[in-house]
Design a protein around this ligand. Structure first.
Ligand SMILES: C[S@@+](CC[C@H](N)C(=O)[O-])C[C@H]1O[C@@H](n2cnc3c(N)ncnc32)[C@H](O)[C@@H]1O
Length: 216
């Protein structure tokens, strides 16, 4: 339905969507809640990175909530980046948002991102490859596979991002990621193995452990 209408609301604001981006989900608003809880000072010029920016719903919402912040959104899909750029302009934050093409499966992918960030957020693809066909048809048939497929156990992207995390974060920086149902404890293990300090888990409105947070 969102692809037909061309728009979906997220955190009370409209986001353009196209078949090249995941439709923003209410569960992902838990990432915003977690960040606002962890970084309560709205006046600081945080440097924010969103890995797998898609429509831009996470990064651009945060730029609206933190009026002094600036942000970079990375995605492997050029079409998704164009949607995110459109949304940045529509939401009046394009002067503080930079969209960068990159693929975290390729060596040197983070080289163009610049100095370390105060906050890294991500809602990476986390569905087990084998489970995608069994999803609701509106997801399996219409949403981009690149946005869904997390590899054999759903955790491929988290392994890459955990490895890169310490190099992307400034001292004391926060890493906040959405996870699929039942993945939180395994993603926490990846983060601790990478040397990050775990923070409490955040649950979504359905009581599912939805957001893993850690600190440099
Ligand atoms: C689950 S979607 C999340 C989009 C948006 N952040 C949200 O919360 O709605 C994951 C995003 O990661 C991007 N992505 C998937 N694999 C990637 C990779 N290897 N490198 C960079 N981006 C990737 C996809 O194109 C997609 O936009």
């Amino acid at each position: 339905m969102a692809y037909i209408l061309g728009e979906r609301e997220f955190w009370g604001r409209p986001f353009k969507v196209s078949p090249s981006v995941l439709v923003p989900r209410p569960d992902s608003e838990t990432v915003i809640e977690a960040v606002l809880g962890l970084l309560p000072d709205r006046t600081i010029a945080w440097r924010i990175l969103d890995l797998g920016v898609g429509s831009g719903c996470l990064l651009l919402t945060l730029l609206r909530e933190y009026p002094q912040a600036s942000g970079t959104g990375l995605d492997a899909s050029q079409d998704a980046l164009a949607v995110a750029q459109h949304n940045a302009e529509a939401l009046g934050v394009s002067d503080r948002a930079r969209m960068v093409a990159g693929d975290w499966r390729k060596p040197g992918w983070s080289d163009a991102l610049g100095p370390p960030f105060d906050l890294v957020v991500a809602n990476p693809p986390y569905i087990d490859s084998g489970a995608i066909e069994a999803l609701m048809p509106e997801v399996a048939r219409f949403e981009p596979r690149l946005a869904l497929d997390g590899g054999a156990d759903g955790l491929d992207a988290y392994r890459r991002l955990a490895d890169a995390g310490p190099g992307l974060l400034a001292a004391g920086g926060h890493f906040v990621v959405e996870v699929g149902a039942g993945q939180a404890r395994r993603v926490q293990c990846l983060f601790t193995s990478a040397g990050l300090m775990l923070l409490p888990l955040w649950k979504d409105l359905g009581g599912i452990e939805r957001v893993v947070a850690a600190k440099q």
